[in-house]
Structures are given as C-alpha cells and as structure tokens.
Design a protein around this ligand. Structure first.
Ligand code: KG4
Ligand code: ZN
Length: 342
C-alpha cells in the first residue's frame, strides 16, 4: 500500500472531529465544537462534552467521508485518539470508531492525541526530518518532545509539572473578567501593553530549574504571582492595567517556552522544531520562537491555526505514519486511557 487513505477521528475534549488523509494530502477536515455550550460555565464540562460527541459523531464522520468523495469501504484504516483526554469523551469517539471498523472490516489504530499534534505538521511542511524536537502547547498539555521515529518512539524531554500554559492564561483571564477561553483575549491585550511593566516569575527557568528539571515547565506559580498582584491592586482600590498585566504574563510564558525549546534543540543537535496545540496560535509565543529560532539556526515549523487546534487531520496523519511504518493495528478491545503516556 503506497499511499494509505486513513479516516481519523478525534474526541478527546470539546471537539468532535473527523478527517481523511491520503499519504500527506488532506482530503477533508470536519470539526464540530461544543465550546459555546461550555463558555457560560467558564470551562469544559465533561458531561456536556460527552453528550455533544454522541450527537455529532455520525454527522461529522459521514461529512468527512462525503467531502473526500469516499465511502467507508474506500479507506484503508481508521485511526482514533484513545487518550489522553476526558474519559467520557474518549469513550464516545473510540466506541464509534470501533463500531465502524468492525462493521466495515477495517483495521483500527488507537493513537496518542499529543503525538497527533506533531504528526499534523507533515500536511503543511512535508515529512518530519530525523532528529526533530516538538513543542506541543495547549489548554491541556505542555510537552517538549524529541522525535526520531514518530511511529515507534518519542522521548519526553520536558513536561509541565502543574498547569499547562493555556490553562494558566485561561485562569488569569478569568480574574481579568474575560470570557472562556481567555487565552486569545490575553494575546489581544498583550499587544498593547508593556511586557516589562510587572515582574512575572519565570516558571522553572535557568536560575531555578536545577538539575532535576532542566526542560520541565511550571506555570502554576506564574499564575499565582499574577493573581496576587491583581488582587493587591484591587484591594488598594487601584485600577488594574490590563494591557500591561497581559503583556507581562505573555512575555514571561513565551520566553520560557521558547528558551527551553531552543535549549532542547541544542542538547539533541536538532535543527527543526515542530510546534503544535491550540496555544501555539499565541502571537507572543510565535514571535519568541521565530526570533530565537533565527538566532539559533533552528527551522521553526509553525502550522496554520486550523492545524494547531484539535482536529481529525492530526489523527489521520498519524494513522498514515503507523500504516507506512508497518505497525500492527490495535485489537478491537483496546482501552481508552485518559492519562495516556507518550
Ligand atoms: O488545543 P486547544 O484548542 O485545546 C486543548 O487541547 O486544550 O487549546 C486551547 C487552549 C486554551 O487554553 C486557549 O486559551 C489557548 O489554547 N489559546 C490561546 C490562544 N489561542 C488559544 N492562548 C493564548 N493566545 C492565543 N492566541
Ligand atoms: Zn490537543
């Protein structure tokens, strides 16, 4: 099979998504989000997200097939995110995918969602070079990875010890009165503020990382420091300079992420950095990565926004990698794993 055609299915959080990829070509990409239903609660409510997946699953999958001009019989295999994610959400997508695979007699691959964020960049930039670093940042994950063979082995170089970067932004945004998800609002305000206005600690950076966590991240202290600063201003009856708070937070987080990613590239002798996850839409992070990449001679691959957020294309592309590498499909009773390790 030279150019496998894979149906990818994604349901780890609040997006029900399906896509068809042949080789490195995206043939369809359908995403239904339940984000609007969660906004008034200030965060994703798992029960609501699971119900939305149950409703959207069949229409989304059938649209992905029809947009690609294909029937289920035409595809070579199904790939589905089996973790990490919300258990109830994963259960809907994985059960649906298994039913399709069983009924159509197709092989199925239960895959790791985070590796999908790495895989999807191939649709925009072509095959991954050997010895690639990847920085995956979203509301749920912050991981620095070393990728030698995406189908078989990925090294976790660093991860967050507490909050993910997007989660930290969303929590501060809430204090500033922005609607959920607040990350994009912080980005917007940060463009008008002074990044040096407030001293924001840099979570686990050079000085305080020590030997144990040279590449790990910690954003909970950053969030607490900013929250305390805002509360003190409010208690003193002073106005909170929203743009400056946003700019200082964004500069600190972007700098830590970009600096550690570049240090990882140096350590592994890698000259390519893949970036992915919803937070990689952040302007300050993109600017820091491009600036530092230029300085360190690292090719920074920043995908377009539609490929950064959760989608079916990332799962389908990883499925292509697995089929091309000759990896065995999963048995039909493979489990979901809400805390799936890499
Ligand atoms: O990958 P994603 O869509 O969903 C998760 O898997 O979490 O990422 C969403 C996260 C949210 O925390 C959101 O606030 C953040 O990414 N985000 C941003 C921006 N766009 C999305 N954070 C900062 N600046 C942005 N432009
Ligand atoms: Zn994700």
């Amino acid at each position: 099979m030279s150019q496998p055609t894979i149906l990818g299915i994604e349901s780890t959080c609040d997006e029900t998504a399906a896509a068809v990829v042949t080789g490195h070509t995206l043939r369809s990409n359908v995403v239904a989000s339940s984000m609007d239903e969660h906004a008034r609660y200030g965060g994703v409510i798992p029960e609501i997200a699971s119900r939305a997946h149950a409703q959207a699953f069949t229409p989304v999958v059938s649209k992905a097939l029809s947009d690609a001009g294909l029937d289920l019989a035409d595809i070579d295999a199904i790939a589905v995110s089996a973790g990490p994610g919300l258990a109830g959400c994963l259960a809907v997508g994985v059960s649906g995918a298994k039913a399709l695979a069983w009924a159509a007699g197709k092989p199925i691959y239960g895959v790791n969602h985070v590796i999908g964020h790495v895989a999807v960049t191939q649709l925009q930039f072509g095959a991954l070079p050997a010895n690639t670093m990847a920085l995956i940042v979203s509301g749920g994950h912050t991981s620095l990875l070393h990728v030698d063979d995406i189908a078989r082995h990925i090294d976790v170089v660093g991860t967050t010890l507490d909050d993910a970067a997007g989660e930290c932004f969303d929590k501060v945004a809430r204090l500033l009165g922005f609607p959920y998800p607040g990350g994009p609002h912080i980005d917007e305000h940060a463009r008008r503020g002074d990044p040096h206005a407030i001293r924001v600690p840099q979570g686990l950076t050079q000085g305080n990382a020590g030997k144990r966590h040279p590449y790990d991240f910690s954003f909970s202290g950053v969030k607490t420091a900013v929250a305390r600063w805002i509360e003190q201003r409010q208690a003193a009856g002073e106005a909170v300079p929203v743009d400056d708070v946003c700019a200082s937070l964004a500069a600190s987080v972007a700098d830590v992420l970009a600096t550690k990613a570049m240090r990882g590239c140096e350590q592994y002798g890698s000259d390519t950095l893949i970036v992915g996850g919803g937070f990689s839409a952040n302007s300050q992070l993109r600017a820091a990565l491009l600036e530092q990449g230029e300085r360190h001679g690292v090719d920074v691959r920043l995908p377009e926004r539609a490929l950064c957020t959760d989608n079916g294309a990332m799962v389908a592309m990883l499925g292509v990698n697995l089929v091309e590498a000759g990896v065995h499909p999963s048995p039909l009773d493979f489990p979901i794993d809400s805390a799936m390790p890499l």
